[in-house]
Design a protein around this ligand. Structure first.
Ligand code: GDP
Ligand code: MG
Length: 209
């Protein structure tokens, strides 16, 4: 059973700078990935909404952090995409500063979902995101999306290969195939998100004081 909160997700705010972030209350989970990897499609699929996070065929235009509220205390965050060749150097630098600061400083951030096209995993920018998450021991879950593009054998080979590459690098992460198109792997992601956003059994304070 999928938590109905996802279905009720609503756009909250877009932030272009750290100053524009919503207050540090409750919990949030961020989605990162290169432009066109399928991040917005994944968020829409997970929330069972068609156009919550806009999906686009012309990537690289926006550098906004988009917040979606599940309820008063829980948010999904669509981070600006990266790796788009035509982005000017100054914009790329600005992206790096914004991402590294957000990932390092955002205390209510409970986990990072890294979305990678299963046909093009682990680009240098992906490793950068992984490094920033690892630096603060932020839980990491990898979605190898567009899994509908591969047959089952190559799909599972890629899942194992990515998991091994992360492990070899000393990174703790869970890895799964996902398809927004075929709705594959949706329940697995929800299991992870529920744990990060809704689970109270770890005794972690929820900013309630
Ligand atoms: N075949 C397939 N295409 C997908 C999937 N997810 C996203 N796409 C397509 O990939 C393109 C980029 O998706 P989008 O969600 O906008 O990527 P974003 O830039 O990471 O937010 C769009 O044309 C989507 O329709 C998927 O699971 N399977
Ligand atoms: Mg997007």
């Amino acid at each position: 059973m999928i938590n109905p909160a996802y279905h009720q997700a609503e756009f909250l705010i877009s932030a272009a700078t750290l100053k524009g972030l919503p207050p540090e209350q409750g919990r949030e989970v961020a989605f990162a990935g290169r432009s066109n990897a399928g991040k917005s499609s994944a968020i829409n699929t997970l929330c069972r909404q068609r156009a919550l996070a806009r999906t686009s065929k012309t990537p690289g235009r926006t550098q906004l952090i988009n917040f979606f509220a599940l309820d008063d205390t829980r948010r999904l965050v669509d981070l600006p995409g990266y790796g788009y060749a035509k982005v000017p150097e100054a914009m790329r630098r600005r992206w790096g500063q914004l991402m590294s600061a957000y990932l390092a400083q955002r205390a209510c951030l409970r986990g990072l979902v890294l979305v990678m096209d299963i046909r093009h995993p682990l680009t240098p920018h992906d490793w950068q995101m992984i490094g920033w998450a690892h630096a603060r021991q932020l839980p990491l879950h990898v979605l190898l999306t567009k899994s509908d593009k591969l047959k089952r054998g190559p799909m599972m080979d890629t899942v194992r290969r990515v998991a091994r590459a992360l492990g070899d690098d000393g990174v703790t992460a869970t890895v799964q195939p996902f398809s927004a198109l075929k709705k594959q792997g949706v329940e697995d992601v929800h299991g992870v998100l529920d744990c990060w956003l809704f689970d109270d059994t770890d005794g972690a304070a929820d900013g309630g004081g």
